[in-house]
Design a protein around this ligand. Structure first.
Ligand code: HEM
Length: 314
C-alpha cells in the first residue's frame, strides 16, 4: 500500500535538493569501503546478537555527505554520514547508520516534515522563507543543539578522521535476557581532524573521496564502536535529547577498512542501509524518527532503483 506520508516527506526533501535520477534522496554523494568488524567481550556481555560475540564479520561501509544533490562539493557545510552493514554467518545482515551530528534536530516525523518544507527555497529569491523557518525554530527549541552543530561544524579533513553518532537508542539484550538501552558511535582510532573553510575549498570538489581512497591504498583505516549506556530515567525515544555526560562508555568493537568495496552496488545490486534492520539481541527503542526512517528510505530506494526495500534491496 502506498505510504502517502513517507512520499510527501521524500518529496519535501527533493524540493530542496532537486531530483537526481538514480541517487539517494538524501546523502546522495558517497563512497564505499570494505572491511571487517570484531566485537569486544564487553559487547558480548551486553548482547547475544551473533555479530557481537567476537567472530570477525565482513562489513560494507558507505561514507556520505548529507545533501540530496550529488553535485554538491565535499567542502560544503553539511553533516556527514557513515553507514555500516555487517554480514552475519546465517546470511542475514544488520545495519548501523550514523551521522556526524551529536543529536538530531527533529523529535517526530511531522516535525521533520514541517522543517523540511520551511527550508524550501523561494523560486524567485532562491532563499528559504526566513519567517516560516524562524517560527519553526521558535516552536522547536529542542532542535537547537543539532542545528548549531550542523552550521558550525568545520569540514572534516577526512571521512576517516570524523566521529559518527548513531543518535537513536537501541536496547541490547544479553544471553540472560537482561536489557540495557545504549546509543552507539563510531570513533576514528586516529585523531578527529578538521579544516578551515578555505583550506577545504582549496582541496577541491572531491577531496574527501580522493583522500579516503589514497589513505586506504596506504594502509587500513580503523574505527572503534563506542556505546553510551543509559541510566533508567534517560530519554530513549527522543533523538534530540542529550544524555548526561557522565554516562558509562564501553568499547564494543573495532572496524577495519582495507580498501574499496568490490561487490556491492555493481551489476544492478541495490545497497540500502536501514537503521531498523536489527537482529535478535538488539531491539529498537520507541523513537518515532527511528521507525519512520524505514518508511522514508523505502520510498527513496524505490525511486532510485525501482525495487522494494528488503526483498530485493538490502
Ligand atoms: C525523519 C528523519 C529522517 C529522514 C526522513 C531521512 C531520510 C533519508 C533518506 C530518504 C535517505 C536515502 C535512503 C536511500 O535511498 O537509501 C537517507 C539516508 C541516510 N540517512 Fe537519513 N533520514 C532521517 C534521519 C536520519 C538520522 C536520524 C540519521 C542518523 C542517525 C540519518 C542518517 C542517514 C545516513 C548516514 C544516510 C545515508 C545512508 C547510505 O549511505 O546509504 N538519517 N536518509
Amino acid at each position: 500500500m502506498a505510504d502517502d506520508f513517507a512520499h510527501q516527506v521524500v518529496d519535501a526533501i527533493n524540493d530542496i535538493s532537486g531530483l537526481h535520477a538514480g541517487h539517494r534522496a538524501a546523502h546522495a554523494r558517497g563512497m564505499l569501503a570494505a572491511g571487517t568488524f570484531v566485537a569486544t567481550p564487553e559487547a558480548a556481555r551486553l548482547t547475544r546478537a551473533p555479530h557481537m560475540q567476537g567472530e570477525r564479520v565482513r562489513a560494507t561501509v558507505r561514507f556520505s555527505n548529507g545533501g540530496g544533490d550529488p553535485g554538491t562539493p565535499d567542502h560544503a557545510t553539511e553533516g556527514r554520514g557513515m553507514a555500516v552493514k555487517l554480514y552475519l554467518a546465517d546470511g542475514s545482515r544488520t545495519d548501523m547508520v550514523a551521522l556526524s551530528l551529536p543529536v538530531f534536530f527533529a523529535r517526530t516525523p511531522q516535525d521533520f516534515f514541517e522543517f523540511t518544507r520551511a527550508r524550501k527555497p523561494d523560486p524567485e529569491t532562491g532563499q528559504p522563507d526566513t519567517e516560516r523557518l524562524g517560527a519553526w525554530f521558535a516552536a522547536h527549541p529542542e532542535a537547537g543543539p543539532a542545528i548549531q552543530a550542523a552550521v558550525t561544524a568545520p569540514p572534516p579533513a577526512s571521512y576517516a578522521a570524523c566521529a559518527y553518532n548513531g543518535i537513536h537508542a537501541f536496547r541490547w539484550v544479553n544471553a540472560a535476557g537482561e536489557g540495557r538501552f545504549v546509543r552507539f558511535r563510531w570513533e576514528p582510532e586516529g585523531d578527529v581532524e578538521t579544516l578551515d573553510a578555505d583550506e577545504a575549498r582549496a582541496r577541491g570538489d572531491r577531496y574527501l573521496q580522493e583522500e579516503l581512497a589514497a589513505r586506504m591504498a596506504a594502509g587500513p583505516i580503523a574505527f572503534r564502536l563506542v556505546l553510551t549506556l543509559a541510566e533508567p530515567d534517560d530519554p530513549v525515544a527522543d533523538p534530540t535529547a542529550i544524555w548526561p555526560e557522565d554516562r558509562e562508555q564501553v568499547v564494543a568493537g573495532h572496524l577495519e577498512l582495507t580498501g574499496p568495496e568490490e561487490e556491492r552496488e555493481r551489476a544492478g545490486d541495490v545497497l540500502v542501509f536501514d537503521p531498523t534492520r536489527v537482529v535478535d539481541g538488539i531491539e529498537l527503542s520507541d523513537d518515532p524518527i527511528l521507525h519512520f526512517r524505514r518508511r522514508a528510505y523505502a520510498v527513496s530506494v524505490e525511486r532510485r532503483s525501482g525495487v522494494a526495500l528488503g526483498a530485493e534491496a538490502g
